[in-house]
Structures are given as C-alpha cells and as structure tokens.
Design a protein around this ligand. Structure first.
Ligand code: KG4
Ligand code: ZN
Length: 338
C-alpha cells in the first residue's frame, strides 16, 4: 500500500452518459454524471448524437467533479478512463480526453474495462461490507448479461453470457412495445410494484449451460400483446401494471435460474450484482431473499449501479496499485472482451 494518498480522476463515456469522478484511494470525493436527454425522443441511443453530446459535456463535467472534490489538477496521481466495450464515437471522446489530460499533467493513464467497473464498484469505500475473493458477479446492463467468477481485481472469468440481447434490452424493448419511454427499465420497475406478477405467463427461454438468451422474450411479449389487443384494444391500458409485474417476474426467474446453477457448480456462495439493471428493486429483493439459502449477497449503492465514473475510478485505483498502466498508444475498443 502506498503511504501517500492516491488521487484518480476517472472518465466514463461508453454510451449515453458523460461522467467524471475523483477518488482519494478507494473513497469517492465527487461523482458527476450528465445524462443525455436527447435520445428519449428517438426511443433509444443514437450513437452520433451521443458522441456530439459527450464532446460538449466532457469539459464542464470534469470541471464540476474537480470543484466538488476540492482537488486541483496538479494533485492528481493518474487518469482512468473506459476503454470499452461501448459505442466507438462515445468511447473516443473519453479516451482522447483522458490521454491528453494525462500527457499534459505528465501522470500515468489507466484503461478500464466497463464491466470490470460495474463489478469492482463493490469495493468503493461506503461503509458496507465488501465481498472477498472469489465471488460471483451477475452483471446486468443495457449491453451485457454475464455471470462472472471474480478471483481478484484483475482475474475475472466469464462463466456464462447472453447469446443475443442483454436483459436491459429485454426490459427496454418490452417497455417500448407497451408504449413506455426510453429507457423503460425504471418505469417497468415502478409499475411492477403495483401489479400482480403471476397474472400473465411468459416463456423462459432455453440457453445452454450458464448462458442466457433474451431475444425470444421480447418476441413472446410482442405476440402476446398483439393477440390480446386484437380482442380488446384497451388491453394494455387496463392491465399495464400486471403486464409489467409479470414481465419483471419472468426476467428475474430467467436470471436466477442460471445464477443458482452457477452457485451450485462453483460452490461459491458470495454473490454480487452490478450494472444498470441491478437498480431494479425486484432483482434486489430476490437476491436478498437468497440469503435464506446460505448465500451472502452484495448490492451496490444506487448511485454506482447505472453508468458512472466512480466505478471506473475504483477499477483504475486497483490497476494503479498493481502498476498496470496504459501507454499513450492505448485505443478505444468497442468490442473488448473481459
Ligand atoms: O449499466 P447501464 O447504465 O448502461 C449500460 O452499460 O448499458 O444500464 C442501462 C440499462 C437500461 O437497459 C435500463 O433500462 C436499465 O439499465 N435499468 C433498469 C432499471 N434502472 C436502469 N432496468 C430495470 N429496472 C431498473 N430500475
Ligand atoms: Zn454499464
């Protein structure tokens, strides 16, 4: 452990949020996120608009993070940024900015895998108990659904992954069919609380081993709603809460079927969740309920679930401690593997 404090400025720009955080060791001093509202009217993220918005947001967001943290640029020890996966144009903005800042301040650069960030966010010092290695992480976001065995901060092994859509897409696409705005995940969560989860039954797709599949799910929702609205054109309006509760119930069932299998196969009973969809209250409750089966569960604080830069900062901090620096020739990698 270094005797001096380490100050890391972290940037996350992989999708549609421009974020900057400052960490003092494993403690977050500031965590600023600029959400891009522009995409709502299109029902999904428009990559070209996202990169343009990152360009106009990045300097104010970085300045705000430094101001809130009461840190001067000269005090920084390193710059961390999201290398991938994500949208090329969006990643390029953060990557180029991070490189120029590190170069101008003559400090090291740390390139971070976005999904490592979602997992290692659990190690941000927030007064909660931390998982110990090895543990299992279910990473659920708009782009990913994976079961990962985390052996250390740099040894993460993917045990299972989605073969098509991510669970976040299943939430968002089902919500789009229901006429909910983008992203629909949080709205389905809110409406599901008011509905009956057993009212309608949706199929649980088949996928081999510890893998997932969600593309058939949204098709099943689409066909179901087409059938029902043919009989009653007000079907969605009259049953919205029950439909949302039933969709969420099924998605939770799909996620936990494989997660339980992974716990049995590995014998690892410490289980963490991460990624935007881990903000879902039904998923959080269900995970907690598994403690009755002997699991020890870890749920990240709300502000570190959807995309943020604090998670990139903590991942960068571990790399810093391991002297695992990136060269200035590092590039944005939209499809980088774990
Ligand atoms: O991790 P994230 O912020 O961005 C990606 O890396 O994709 O995840 C965004 C996803 C979206 O699909 C959004 O609908 C979903 O997270 N999400 C939720 C909830 N909050 C965000 N899904 C279900 N329930 C929520 N409360
Ligand atoms: Zn994410």
């Amino acid at each position: 452990m270094p005797t001096q404090n380490t100050y890391i400025l972290a940037i996350e720009s992989s999708c549609d949020d421009t974020a900057c955080a400052i960490l003092e060791n494993d403690r977050v001093l500031s965590n600023v996120v600029a959400n891009q509202k522009i995409h709502e009217q299109y029902g999904g993220v428009v990559p070209e608009l996202a990169s343009r918005a990152h360009q106009s947001n990045i300097i104010p967001v970085v300045e705000e993070a430094l101001k809130l943290a009461k840190i001067d640029k000269k005090q920084l020890s390193a710059i961390a940024f999201t290398k991938g996966p994500g949208l090329m144009g969006s990643l390029l903005v953060g990557t180029s900015f991070a490189k120029s800042l590190a170069l101008s301040l003559n400090i090291p650069l740390l390139d971070v895998h976005h999904m490592h960030g979602h997992i290692l966010a659990h190690f941000i010092d927030d007064g909660q108990e931390k998982p110990s290695y090895p543990f299992l992480a279910l990473t659920i976001s708009g782009g990913h659904t994976q079961i990962v065995q985390v052996n250390s901060s740099s040894n993460l092994v993917v045990l299972g992954t989605t073969q098509d859509d991510a669970v976040g897409e299943a939430f968002d696409k089902s919500g789009k069919i229901l006429g909910l705005g983008y992203p629909a995940g949080p709205q389905i969560d809110r409406l599901a609380k008011l509905g009956n989860p057993r009212k309608f039954e949706f199929p649980v797709p088949k996928a081999p081993d510890l893998n997932y599949s969600f593309s058939g799910f949204k098709t099943a929702v689409l066909y179901f709603l087409q059938r029902e609205t043919k009989k009653n054109e007000d079907f969605i309006k009259e049953n919205l809460e029950d439909i949302c509760a039933s969709i969420q119930y099924t998605l939770i069932k799909i996620l936990f079927k494989k997660l339980e299998k992974a716990v049995i196969q590995t014998g690892i009973k410490q289980v963490a969740i991460g990624g935007g969809v881990s903000a879902n209250s039904g998923i959080r409750e269900h995970l907690k309920s598994m403690e009755s089966k002997g699991w020890k569960t870890f749920i990240p604080p709300f502000e570190y679930t959807t995309d943020n830069a604090a998670m990139i900062g903590i991942s960068g901090y571990f790399k810093f401690l391991n002297n695992d620096f990136a060269g200035l020739d590092t590039t944005a990698s939209p499809r980088i593997h774990m």
